[in-house]
Design a protein around this ligand. Sequence first.
Ligand SMILES: Cc1ncc(COP(=O)(O)O)c(C=O)c1O
Length: 458
Amino acid sequence: MAGGSGGIAAALIDALMAAERVRFIASHPDAAARVGGGLPGFYQGVPMHWMRDWPMPFPMLVTGAQGATLADSDGHVLADFCLGDTGAMFGHSPEPVRQALMAQAGRGLTYMLPTDDALAVGALLRDRFGLPHWQVATTATDANRFALRVARAVTGRAKILVFNGCYHGTVDETFVRLIDGAPVNRPGLLGQFTDLTAGTRVVEFNDLPTLEATLAERDVACVITEPVLTNCCMVLPDPGFHEGLRRITRETGTLLLIDETHTISTGPGGYTGAHGLQPDMFVLGKPVAGGVAASVWGFTDDVAQRLDAVRATTPPGHSGMGTTLSANALALACMRAMLERVMTDAAYAHMEALAGRLADGLSGVIAALDLPWHVVRVGARVEFICAPGPLRNGTEAEAAHAGPLEQAIHLALLNRGVLIAPFHNMMLVCPATTMAQVDTLIAAFAEVAGILAQGKAA
Ligand SMILES: Cc1ncc(COP(=O)(O)O)c(C=O)c1O
């Protein structure tokens, strides 16, 4: 019944959206006047086109954010569960990061040389994530791209394998999808004329037999995956999936790259640490420097030794990896503050407890209204999905997306003081999130879901 509509009549969704747009416009006169027609000088009126993907009629102008609270130029103070789409997963401007920023501000920001902070961060990464070798990049996209490059170099294999529905940043070779069972370039790519399916295998998450048959050809350098698919509604691994994935990759000489950019919500060592995964390579971006652009990628002794051997026989020249601002002094200072003083066991305990309360509250609303929806949680990351669950793979997740319904809910929540992530229905709980904010979100969700369930679009 759900399959794209969430079980709600289209007319009700449209009515809710129309009412919420009117309410948003009326309550944002300053933003309407100043940016209602777009921000001057920017293509399509925004500095980055993703900023147009929110459900509001025009963007609000942010005047500041602290902890789990975000304020706009119209005087609204929102409970922020979007948290910069994970860039601020541990809160906006955590005090240790603010201090690190201030301290670094007068000392120069980038030198292409290491600092005392870099001396500390390598050991912090090694001890926290259990891999001995690390590199720093500027975005998770870059980290994935560089790690894949190394995987190819050390295996001498050209192909990679992704799971259908994955997202690992704008890494070209990961933009492959299964449509009606056939691999194709992901729909919507701009300016991409290469047939990406030539170099990328794609199979469904949780499908170990197909994975095994595909990797048996021994032409894949690396499987890149999130431990839980988070970018296409949340798809949890079946019991035994990760054990099977690790066994099959090892048996076929394929490296395993785990991208923890979202699932770091699970615990201090990510999903990998909490569930004892044993990746060859590990990537973490977005929140690792508290919102200052930075990412890290790590690998095993085995990969390092094989990389040394390849480098010893590679002619001198450009590696094709690295960017000028990577590992700059500011990023390292902030990363150190995050690893030492923000991403602590105590912070995770708070996040876990409140995220549990949020997930239970939303599930309770859905059950009480008898909606065909469900809630999934990975640590501090909670998502409601407007379709029955659990979802097992990217194809099911794609079918579960209910775009217009989700957008109407997002805008309705925003009008009730709560910001959640666009693109998906992600809600993040950070160390500064309060129980009152969680309860506000549950109450707002109950009100909106109640409107939809009873057909009384306000
Ligand atoms: C799992 C995963 N990896 C990588 C990325 C890319 O991050 P960035 O856009 O910062 O490069 C994302 C972004 O959403 C992501 O969800």
